[in-house]
Design a protein around this ligand. Structure first.
Ligand code: 13P
Length: 255
């Protein structure tokens, strides 16, 4: 059975002082839950502080982006060597990176390979835009992204990644996908594509999250779907009560 994974993507929010306050408010609620993997993904500048606050707990840490080179003249970028030892996860290919910063599947693929080479677990984001959804292209778009970001990986590497299906139209809009829609794409497209490319065995091991306007009210139904293994949470991860409630509700489903 796959261990569910709830990750909070703080995006470009929280100064170091605010991060400290938020983590302290969540600490007891999160550590009380044992059968769910909990990941906090603060901005780079908060990572070190958050790492010390969660030290000795089972809460994991993730970054929100990374470049693929180890070091050099890449002003403003952060390398896998810098993240290694500091955090365990790294979100790659988030739709905001794709739309505002021009990241392509090819770039995300290079980053995924670099993350794995350095022992970081990538949380790889895929998902269709509203226009693509309206045009009935969800399946072909998501299938293409999954193929593109995993290209050249071994089956053993694919088994280690986490994929987040985040329909762009559901991100920050308050309009989450229905549980059925999430299941349909996660099971019918993402897991099915991995199965076709790497075999059913590998597909059964990969954890696939849903992301987009999740909160403590809709998480139960979404997490109850057979192929949904967790959530990548944006807005609700900035509220201690909401985020801990989401982790607790997920834990109830799996116990
Ligand atoms: P929201 O939960 O705010 O819709 O954001 C989802 C997301 O983009 C997480 O990566």
């Amino acid at each position: 059975m796959r261990t569910p994974i709830i990750a909070g993507n703080w995006k470009m929010n929280m100064t170091i002082a605010e991060a400290e306050e938020l983590v302290k408010a969540m600490l007891d609620g999160l550590t009380a839950v044992k059968n769910v993997e909990k990941v906090l993904c603060p901005p780079f500048v908060d990572l070190d502080r958050v790492a010390s606050l969660i030290q000795g707990t089972d809460i994991k840490l993730g970054a929100q982006n990374m470049y693929w080179e180890e070091k050099g003249a890449f002003t403003g970028e952060i390398s896998p060597l810098m993240l290694k030892g500091l955090c365990q996860y790294v979100i790659l290919g988030h739709s905001e990176r794709r739309s505002y910063f021009g990241e392509t599947d090819e770039w995300v693929n290079r980053k995924v390979k670099a993350a794995l080479a350095h022992g970081l677990t990538p949380i790889i984001c895929v998902g269709e835009t509203e226009a693509q959804y309206d045009a009935g292209e969800t399946e072909s778009v998501v299938r293409g992204q999954v193929e593109g970001v995993l290209r050249g990986l071994t089956a053993e590497q694919v088994a280690r990644v986490v994929i987040a299906y985040e329909p762009v139209w559901a991100i920050g809009t308050g309009k989450a996908a229905t549980a059925e829609q999430a299941q349909q794409v996660i099971g019918g497209v993402v897991r099915a594509t991995i199965g076709r490319l790497y075999g059913q065995d590998v597909a059964e091991q990969v954890r696939i999250q849903y992301g987009g306007s999740t909160n403590s009210k809709n998480i139960r139904e979404i997490m109850s779907q057979p192929d949904v293994d967790g959530a990548l949470v944006g807005g609700a991860s900035l509220k201690a009560d909401e985020f801990t409630a989401m982790v607790r509700i997920t834990s109830e489903i799996y116990s």
